[in-house]
Design a binder for this molecule. Structure first.
Ligand code: IVH
Length: 664
């Protein structure tokens, strides 16, 4: 039976209040933003249909939840409004129609990216930062002045000339690169990782100890001034003024004369959101002219002159059916979530990573839980955590097996390491992965030896290690199901052809820990032959560019293992070339045709070193950013080149990002 409108409204209010409380007070959201929006929207619609149901304490009548009691209150002179949402083009058109009808005059818009952080306000008296606070319920937030002072992109002093008093509003957020670093640090310290940059930013702003806020390295984009400023007539002028006063204003701001331009802007940025170093969850569309804004006013919590176009959500909740283990190339036991299929941002997700046993335990994830799953860009989907309100008590706690699920050998969990490992180097799961890696494109590039073939060869025990690949013949391959004469000949040809790829590719293929394509190319060109490498000690290895103690140790460890030396000997006897073939500068070529620009100071590489690494892969390093630039590598104190890159939508990477690209 359908509930009465009264009952439904009450139910919706209870759900929204609970969600608000968990989000704002506990910092532990139980539902996704999209789910929250849907609840609120249903309640708004219901109240519009039945105005008598609208109570003064309805969540539609205010923004967010009351501030928690940890901080002094920060009262907003003018309410800090929130925004109505538009979820598709037709809702944008409806917004435009309403606006034009009410304005009674031609209207033009400004499109801004909707930064996924937390809204704050900062007051400046006589150009000096006086106090700052969170939005809270829109009329009273939390006074977090000392914390905001630690945010470097919030100026402590405005540039002159400036108005005697301004209240600046904007979004505090965490850059993706800073978020990754923060989580890596936390993981190393045994602290639970943050689910997303926004949670980390929001928790950061609301720390009781400003030193802890400072550690988060928060950033700020300014986007509004509360109240009038003499001589400023449009939102575009507001943004220009903010920039002049010394604030960071987002670069991707565009005027839009028509709603079609707005729709195009929204579509473009939904497509390109992953190119940015910060999360955005939509586009904010604002009427440009401030007097028109004034005339349009607000209803309840939302201004009539602006709307938020929301991108398709990239998190969703679903059931965690099981946790299965796969064994990686180096023997790591990787726990994977088996999920009830769920749509996230247009992709069906069935599996997600759970990282390691510690992650599962510290997030209290249990088999049978309803869980929150996120997917960011092309990153593997990740289980964020359980939705505790959905617990039934029938969930099962997961334990890491103490024997390898593939080969039954003992599992080792070294003290202080997150990963458990199968101790058997001959474990079929590891062999499959090693063979697959050895034959892959960046290594020996053996066509026809992909996932399935690697699996079959291992299963039939035709291949027990890499060197066995070169002992395959037509007779052996004929025992592989569905292998005809033609495909056998082709595969043997490909195997034969791989022998001449040279030392760099062999080294890559061996899968030595920390030795990716780039490092392999350097070692190959510096040492020239596998014999020279085999006898080099750690100090000698470290004389090579970019080879640190960790890599050197790992290389040594590999060659110190007798089984590896024997295997290499067998490779040699099969005719695999173990000498460097090409000089480093013409190596690999994964960056062939790609243009890079370096800016700012990198922590561990000089400009020349970074250039050499890029050029070694066939990339070109140039001095200035244009639309044709593929990557900008930005270090500390990056300046106008970074701004240019953002303007052109060029992918910006930090040093870690460059490393990842080189080693990918
Ligand atoms: S304007 C009345 N501009 O989105 C105007 N908000 O759902 C309200 N946000 O509370 C704010 N980027 O936290 C505006 N460029 C932007 C924004 C932005 C992110 C956030 C802000 C606001 C929420 C509205």
């Amino acid at each position: 039976m359908k509930p009465s409108p009264e009952a439904r409204a009450e139910d919706l209010r209870a759900q929204i209040d609970e969600a608000n409380y968990r989000y704002y007070v506990l910092d532990d959201p139980a539902i996704t933003d999209a789910e929250f929006d849907a609840l609120l929207r249903e309640l708004i619609d219901l109240e519009n249909e039945h105005p008598n149901l609208r109570t003064p304490d309805s969540p539609t009548q205010r923004v967010g939840a009351p501030p928690s009691e940890r901080f002094a209150p920060y009262r907003h002179e003018r309410p800090m409004l929130s925004l109505a949402n538009a979820f598709d083009a037709s809702e944008l058109r409806a917004f435009d129609e309403r606006v034009r009808k009410l304005a009674g005059a031609p209207v033009s818009y400004v499109c801004e990216l909707k930064i996924d952080g937390l809204a704050i306000a900062v007051d400046y008296r006589n150009g000096v930062l006086e106090r700052g606070g969170t939005r809270g319920d829109g009329s009273t937030g939390e006074d977090v002045t000392p914390n905001l002072r630690t945010v470097r992109t919030i100026p402590l002093k405005l540039r002159s000339p400036h108005p005697p008093f301004v209240e600046v509003r904007g979004e505090v957020y965490l850059r993706k690169s800073d978020f990754e670093k923060l989580n890596a640090r936390r993981e190393a310290e045994g602290l639970p990782a943050f689910a997303n940059p926004r949670n980390a930013a929001s928790g950061g702003v609301r720390q009781l100890d400003p030193a802890l806020t400072a550690e988060r390295r928060l950033s700020f984009f300014a986007y509004a001034i509360a109240g009038d400023v003499e001589g400023v007539r449009t939102q575009s002028e507001v943004l220009a003024l903010l920039r002049r006063l010394g604030f960071r204003v987002n670069d991707h701001i565009e005027p839009a004369a028509t709603i079609d331009d707005v729709i195009a802007f929204c579509a473009r940025w939904e497509e390109r959101r992953d190119e940015l170093d910060y999360e955005i969850d939509g586009v904010v569309v604002k009427v440009d002219d401030l007097s028109t804004q004034e005339r349009l006013g607000a209803v309840a919590r939302d201004p009539r002159w602006a709307t938020a176009f929301k991108f398709k959500p990239r998190e969703a909740r679903t059931k965690l059916r099981d946790i299965v283990i796969t064994v990686g190339r180096t023997g790591t036991l990787n726990p994977n979530a088996v999920l009830d299929p769920v749509q996230i941002g247009g992709v069906t997700v069935r599996n997600a990573t759970l990282h390691n046993a510690e992650y599962i335990a510290s997030n209290d994830i249990r088999i049978g839980d309803t869980v929150l799953v996120t997917r960011a860009g092309d990153v593997i989907p990740r289980v964020v955590g359980p939705i505790l309100a959905e617990r039934t008590g029938r969930e099962r706690i997961f334990t890491m097996p103490d024997v390898c699920p593939v080969c039954g050998s003992a599992v080792d969990h070294p003290e202080g390491e997150a990963m458990s490992r199968c101790t058997n180097a001959a474990c079929p799961a590891q062999v499959v992965e090693r063979v697959r890696h050895f034959a892959s494109r960046g290594a020996m590039d053996i066509e026809g030896l992909g996932d399935v073939m690697a699996e079959q060869l291992t299963q039939l025990e035709l291949v027990r290690d890499i060197a066995d690949i070169y002992a395959l013949d037509a007779k052996k391959l004929a025992t592989v199901p569905r292998m005809g004469e033609k495909s056998i000949a082709k595969l043997l040809d490909a195997i034969e052809g791989s022998k001449a790829r040279g030392l760099a590719r062999v080294l890559t293929g061996l899968g030595i820990r920390f030795v990716g394509e780039q490092t392999a190319a350097i070692l190959a060109s510096d040492f020239g032959s596998i014999d020279a490498l085999e006898t080099a000690d750690e100090a000698a290895l470290q004389t090579s560019e970019g080879i640190g103690p960790e890599v050197a140790k790992s290389v040594r460890l590999f060659f110190d293992q007798r089984s590896n030396v024997k295997m290499i000997e067998r490779l040699r006897r099969s005719g695999v070339v173990m000498e460097a073939t090409t000089p480093r500068r013409a190596a690999a070529g994964r960056f062939t045709g790609k243009t890079f620009v370096l800016t700012g100071t990198l922590a561990n590489l000089t400009r020349d070193e970074a250039s050499a690494l890029i050029e070694a892969q066939g990339g070109k390093v140039t001095g200035s950013v244009s639309k044709k630039t593929d990557y900008v590598i930005a270090g500390d104190a990056a300046g106008s080149k970074l701004a240019k890159a953002q303007e052109f939508g060029v992918t910006v990477l930090d040093e870690a990002g460059l490393r990842a690209l080189l080693e990918a």
